[in-house]
Design a protein around this ligand. Structure first.
Ligand code: UGA
Length: 429
C-alpha cells in the first residue's frame, strides 16, 4: 500500500483521496482552505455526492486519511503526489494553471524520485511537459505522470471506483507502472502511454465529443420545434445504431457544469494557439450558447411579452444529482428572464443560485409555482416527476409548463388542465 498525497480538496481531489483510502492506501490531503479542512476532519465532505460521506467517515475511522493546510507537511514522505488543483478557464478559453505552479513552487525540493508527481487536474496540451521542465529546472528528480480523471458529478465516487478506463502517461515506464498499480483493485480498461501529451488530448477530446453530441441533439430539437418533429423519437431511433449510441443524446437547456464549458473553450483556444483550428468544438460552443438563449426565446414566443410576468424555474443545478450550479444554464436563463422584465422564483432541492440572484431562490416547488404564469423546468430532478400537477395548476396564475429536459409525463400535466411543452417535442406530449 502506498503513501498518497492529494493536493487540492475540491470535487476531484476529495473523491480521489477517499477512493484511494477506501482501497487501503494511506492518504494525506493538502487543502489550503482551513474551514474546508476542519469540515473534512469532522466528516463533512462539503460537496453533495452520493457515498462520499460514508467513505469519508470510513477513512477517518480507520485512520487512512488525514487533512492539512500545510502542503509541505502533506507531501513529505509521499510515494505519489496527485495534483487536483483548480484550472479555471479565462474568458478566451485560456486555462489558468497558476494554482499548480504556486503549489509546485512551495514543495519542489520535497519531490524527488522515486516519488511521482501525478497531474489529475485537466491541463492544457503540453502542460505536463512544462510541469516536468519546471521541476527539473528546480532540481527535483520526481517523474511527472499525466493521469486525467473522467469521473462524473452526481456519481463521482462510483465512477472513480469503477471507471470505464484509466489513462496514465509519461516517458518513465516505472512511474507509469507504479501509478497504474495504485488502481489495481478498480475495474476498467487500462491505457498506458509513453508520453504526457496524449492523455491530455484524450481528456479534452472526450469532453468535447460529449459536448458535441449534446449540442447536436439540441440543434435537432430546435429543428423539431420548428417543423413538428419529436426529438425523443429521433434520438431513440438514432441510438439504435451502435455506431452512434444512445447516450448523451438527451436534449436540454444546453450543457453546463464545471467541465464541459471550460474544456470545450480550452480546446478551441488550444486549436487557435497551435494553428490547428478545432472548428467542430468551436461551433459546438456557439451552438450551446444558442441553445441557452433559445430556451427564453421559445418561452417568450409561447407566452408573449415576458415583462410583468412571473416565472417559476424548477432546477438550478447544471444537472440532476448534484448541488453544483457552476456554469449551469439555469443562471443565464434566469438572468435573461429578469432582463426581459419577468419576476423569477427558482427552486432546487440542493443547488444554490449565485449570491446576486439569491433573492430569486425559494424553498419549495410550491413557493416557486405560486401565482406564476409559466413553469420552466431546467434540471431533470426525478422528484419533479412526482409533482401533483392538479395542485400545481391551482397554484399557478397561468397554465404553461415548459419542460426543457423532457422528464415530465406530458399527458399527466395536460390532464391537470395545464399546457405542456417539451424540448423539441412540438409533435405532442
Ligand atoms: C463531464 C464528463 O461527462 C466526465 O466524463 C468528465 O470526467 C467530467 O466532465 C470532468 O471533466 O471532470 P460532468 O461535468 O459531471 O462530467 O457532467 P455531464 O454528466 O457530462 O453533464 C454535463 C452537462 O451536459 C450537464 O449540464 C448535463 O445536463 C448536460 N447533458 C448531458 C445534456 O444536456 N444531455 C445529455 O444527454 C447529457
Amino acid at each position: 500500500m502506498a503513501n498518497i498525497t492529494v493536493i487540492g480538496g475540491g470535487y476531484v481531489g476529495l473523491v480521489v483521496a477517499v477512493g484511494f483510502a477506501h482501497h487501503g492506501h494511506s492518504v494525506v490531503v493538502g487543502e489550503r482552505d482551513s474551514i474546508r479542512v476542519e469540515r473534512f476532519r469532522a466528516g463533512d465532505p462539503v460537496i453533495h455526492e452520493p457515498r462520499l460521506p460514508e467513505l469519508l467517515a470510513e477513512a477517518i475511522g480507520d485512520g487512512s486519511i488525514s487533512f492539512t493546510t500545510d502542503n509541505r507537511a502533506a507531501v513529505d514522505g509521499a510515494d505519489a503526489v496527485f495534483l487536483a488543483l483548480p484550472t479555471p478557464a479565462m474568458a478566451d478559453g485560456t486555462v489558468n494553471v497558476s494554482a499548480i505552479y504556486a503549489v509546485l513552487s512551495e514543495i519542489y525540493d520535497l519531490l524527488n524520485a522515486p516519488a511521482v508527481v501525478v497531474t489529475k487536474s485537466t491541463v492544457p496540451v503540453g502542460e505536463n511537459a512544462r510541469i516536468a521542465s519546471f521541476l527539473a529546472e528546480h532540481g527535483s528528480t520526481a517523474a511527472v505522470v499525466s493521469n486525467p480523471e473522467f469521473l462524473q458529478e452526481g456519481s463521482a465516487v462510483d465512477h472513480f471506483l469503477a471507471p470505464d478506463r484509466i489513462v496514465v502517461g509519461s516517458s518513465h515506464p516505472a512511474a507509469n507502472e507504479f501509478i497504474m498499480s495504485l488502481y489495481e483493485e478498480m475495474p476498467g480498461e487500462r491505457v498506458t502511454l509513453a508520453d504526457t501529451t496524449t492523455p491530455e488530448i484524450i481528456k479534452y477530446a472526450s469532453n468535447a465529443f460529449l459536448a458535441t453530441k449534446i449540442a447536436f441533439i439540441n440543434e435537432i430539437a430546435r429543428l423539431c420545434d420548428a417543423t413538428g418533429g419529436d426529438v425523443l423519437q429521433v434520438a431513440a431511433a438514432m441510438g439504435m445504431d451502435d455506431r452512434i449510441g444512445g447516450k448523451f443524446l438527451n436534449s436540454g437547456p444546453g450543457y453546463g457544469g464545471s467541465c464541459l464549458p471550460k474544456d470545450t473553450a480550452a480546446l478551441s483556444r488550444i486549436g487557435e494557439l497551435t494553428g490547428v483550428p478545432q472548428t467542430v468544438v468551436t461551433a459546438v460552443i456557439a451552438s450551446n450558447l444558442d441553445q441557452i438563449s433559445y430556451v427564453t426565446q421559445y418561452l417568450e414566443q409561447q407566452l408573449g411579452d415576458l415583462a410583468g410576468s412571473t416565472i417559476a424555474v424548477l432546477g438550478v443545478a447544471f444537472k440532476a444529482g448534484t448541488g453544483d450550479s457552476r456554469d449551469s444554464p439555469a443562471v443565464p436563463i434566469i438572468r435573461t428572464l429578469m432582463t426581459k422584465g419577468a419576476t423569477v422564483h427558482a427552486y432546487d432541492p440542493l443547488a444554490k443560485l449565485p449570491s446576486d440572484l439569491e433573492d430569486a431562490q425559494v424553498d419549495t416547488w410550491r413557493d416557486a409555482a405560486q401565482s406564476s404564469d409559466a413553469v420552466i423546468l431546467i434540471t431533470g430532478w426525478p422528484e419533479f416527476g412526482s409533482i401533483d400537477f392538479s395542485e400545481l395548476s391551482t397554484l399557478m396564475r397561468g397554465n404553461l409548463v415548459y419542460d426543457t429536459r423532457n422528464v415530465l409525463d406530458g399527458q399527466r400535466v395536460e390532464n391537470a388542465g395545464l399546457r405542456y411543452l417539451g424540448m423539441g417535442r412540438s409533435a405532442g406530449a
